[in-house]
Design a protein. Structure first.
Length: 253
């Protein structure tokens, strides 16, 4: 992310997420933001605000999330950073806006993020895949289902050819299943996409990724939505085992 970010900052933040301790992460980031604003930290406020924006999206705190987005916008106007970093922040802000039901307003930020990221990153970069996936969801929310399908397909073309992007591939399969069900609830490809996502998440190689538990937790409700309750239970149980194991390790330390 931002040029002054320290690996120690991300390592400490990830430790909270590894335990699914969102309140701990919030306290950590709130303190980090206060220190950065007072010049007591090598981190810039923009760096911390970007992380807070994503966290408020997870905790569904709209007021706080929108305030972070507004502050990010002001700082971006007055800060020179690489296009990749600027695009990443805009993507995060847009996705948070979308999560709060502001998909139409988010499209301008998504468009700017797409311009910056596609011009500064390789075509098959994981960040590009994440961009396309989230833009597809925004198009879907705005009623542009054909455009959403196009962007989901672009995301699948990237993630489907990379073992390192297997988790994003599974998420995109699940998202596309929702879109196709919305267009035609009898579409047989819906279950095929859910099968493909489950097959991906069943692959032992996938479990080595840091965000495996998060992905299982994220996909689980969709399986319940489609009446696949056994799969929903399996994914939630896997996530909980990992999070609980990480909590126990932290207690020992």
């Amino acid at each position: 992310m931002h040029t002054d970010i320290s690996s120690e900052f991300i390592k400490e933040l990830d430790a909270f997420y590894a335990q699914e301790d969102l309140q701990g992460a919030l306290a950590f980031l709130t303190e980090a933001l206060d220190k950065s604003r007072r010049g007591l930290s090598p981190l810039s406020p923009l760096t911390v605000l970007n992380e807070l924006t994503g966290l408020y999206r997870q905790t569904k705190q709209e007021k706080e999330g929108m305030l972070c987005i507004d502050e990010c916008a002001v700082l971006l106007e007055n800060t020179q950073i690489p296009d990749k970093d600027r695009g990443t922040i805009l993507l995060n802000c847009a996705t948070t806006m979308k999560s709060f039901g502001k998909a139409a307003q988010a499209m301008d930020l998504y468009t700017k993020a797409e311009e910056l990221l596609t011009s500064s990153l390789p075509a098959h970069d994981p960040l590009i895949a994440g961009l396309y996936n989230n833009m597809a969801l925004a198009f879907q929310d705005n009623g542009s289902t054909d455009k959403a399908a196009q962007y989901f397909q672009k995301a699948l073309e990237i993630t489907g050819n990379s073992k390192e992007q297997a988790l994003e591939y599974a998420i995109t399969c699940v998202n596309l299943a929702h879109l196709r069900f919305e267009k035609n609830y009898l579409d047989e490809s819906v279950n095929a996409l859910l099968d493909e996502a489950m097959k991906t998440l069943d692959n032992p190689d996938c479990r080595r990724f840091d965000k495996y538990a998060f992905t299982c937790r994220k996909c689980a409700p969709s399986y319940g939505y489609f009446g696949r309750f056994a799969d929903e239970k399996t994914l939630n149980e896997r996530a909980e085992r990992i999070y609980e194991g990480n909590r126990n390790k932290q207690k020992i330390l």
